[in-house]
Structure formats: structure tokens, C-alpha cells
Design a protein around this ligand. Structure first.
Ligand code: GDP
Length: 203
């Protein structure tokens, strides 16, 4: 396995006002159960459950920060992964703020260090209404984002190409713009590690 990400839990913050200064941030967003924790753990390649912290009661509504590949000599932070609270299942009419809260919205809109938002979409079921609402909102505000389709292994090989086209189309993207991953089967994980390092300019 090539170059697992070295993720170190930094802290949990209730809102953007409580975040420490960082060099650059990649945020991870997606509805609950999309496979966010599994993916974060897979990126580390370690057996230890790094993302468990984000599932700890009381921490699920917080921004959970992990340093990525800190300096091996002195541990200096060089880039940070921000695990956002999962948003709800139901697509409520109206504003995103109704389900996700102004806190996250404010963070994504105003954080200068934010270089990329990974928007996770369940590859087995495709984007939900709320996922598409999120995507539309990110586009509207011209926030840097990438769609990551999870659970690649759950899509049967016989329908995979079709599903890839359909999912991309639903997101108004080209198939090549969607990064497909499987945390369970370690598919696309190396590529995503490379992308995270690229976004954070970690080389
Ligand atoms: P979160 O709520 O977004 O953090 O999602 P989890 O990581 O807890 O995953 C939700 C469910 O999907 C769990 O039952 C996981 O085992 C399952 N899951 C996550 N990633 C994968 C995957 O790549 N393949 C399969 N087959 N199941 C997955």
C-alpha cells in the first residue's frame, strides 16, 4: 500500500471561531452513513480507528480536525483535514441551514485556508436530493469541491459503467470528474491520498 496518510487528531471545535490557525484545510462532507468515517480510516491505512473521535457522542456536531502528514522532525502542521458533521437523511425544503446549521455554512463560506471540500455521495444509491442541494450551493458560491462516490464495491460489476455515468450525470459532471472509492476493498484510496496531498500542497 503506497503512502498512507499520517493523520493525527488535533482538536474538535464547535465553530469556525474556535479553530486554530492552519496552513491549509481539506473538508470532508456528506450525509450520515455515506461512509465518511470508513473513508477517513482507510486513508490512514492504519488499523487504529482514527475517525472514531468524530463518532464520539458530543463530537458528532463538531468540526474535528486532523493534521495530515505533519513534519516528521518536529510535528509541525503542514495541512489539515476537517471532518464536518454528517448532514441528515431528509431533504427538507428550504435552506441548507435548516439541517446543517449556520455554523458549517459559515465555516465553508468564510474559511480562507479551505482549499477543497470533498463531498461524499453514496455510490450504491447515488446522490440524494440533499446531496444535490449541497452541490448546487457549493457551485453557487464557487466553493472548491470534488465529488467522491463511496462504496464502489457495493455496485455490481455488470452495472458499474452505467452507474458511473448516471451518478456523474445526476451531479452534472463528467464521469472522469467523480472519484470512486471503496474503503472496504481499498479501491481508489491511493488516488485519493494523492489528491489530498496535492490539494494541501504536501508534494
Ligand atoms: P459515516 O456515518 O458517514 O461516518 O459512515 P460509516 O463510515 O460509519 O459507514 C456507514 C456504513 O457503511 C457502515 O455500515 C460501513 O461499514 C458501510 N461502509 C462504509 N464504507 C463502505 C465501503 O467502502 N464498502 C461497503 N461495502 N460498505 C461501506
Amino acid at each position: 500500500m503506497a503512502n498512507p496518510l499520517d493523520l493525527r487528531f488535533l482538536l474538535s471545535a464547535p465553530d469556525a471561531d474556535h479553530l486554530p490557525p492552519t496552513v491549509a484545510e481539506v473538508a470532508v462532507a456528506g450525509r450520515s452513513n455515506v461512509g465518511k468515517s470508513s473513508l477517513i480510516n482507510a486513508l490512514t491505512g492504519r488499523r487504529k480507528d482514527v475517525a472514531k473521535v468524530s463518532k464520539t457522542p458530543g463530537r458528532t456536531q463538531l468540526l474535528n480536525l486532523f493534521d495530515v502528514d505533519p513534519d516528521t522532525r518536529d510535528g509541525t502542521s503542514r495541512g489539515t483535514l476537517v471532518d464536518l458533521p454528517g448532514y441528515g437523511y431528509a431533504a427538507v425544503p428550504g435552506r441548507i441551514r435548516a439541517t446543517w446549521g449556520p455554523m458549517i455554512e459559515g465555516y465553508l463560506e468564510n474559511r480562507e485556508q479551505l482549499v477543497m471540500i470533498m463531498l461524499l455521495v453514496d455510490g450504491e444509491i447515488g446522490p440524494t436530493k440533499l446531496d444535490l442541494q449541497m452541490l448546487g450551493w457549493m457551485r453557487e458560491l464557487a466553493l472548491p469541491h470534488s465529488v467522491i462516490a463511496t462504496k464502489h464495491d457495493k455496485v455490481k460489476a455488470s452495472v458499474r459503467e452505467k452507474r458511473k455515468r448516471e451518478l456523474a450525470e445526476a451531479c452534472q459532471l463528467q464521469p472522469g470528474d467523480v472519484v470512486w472509492v471503496s474503503a472496504a476493498k481499498n479501491i481508489g484510496i491511493d488516488r485519493l491520498r494523492d489528491l489530498v496531498r496535492l490539494w494541501l500542497s504536501l508534494g
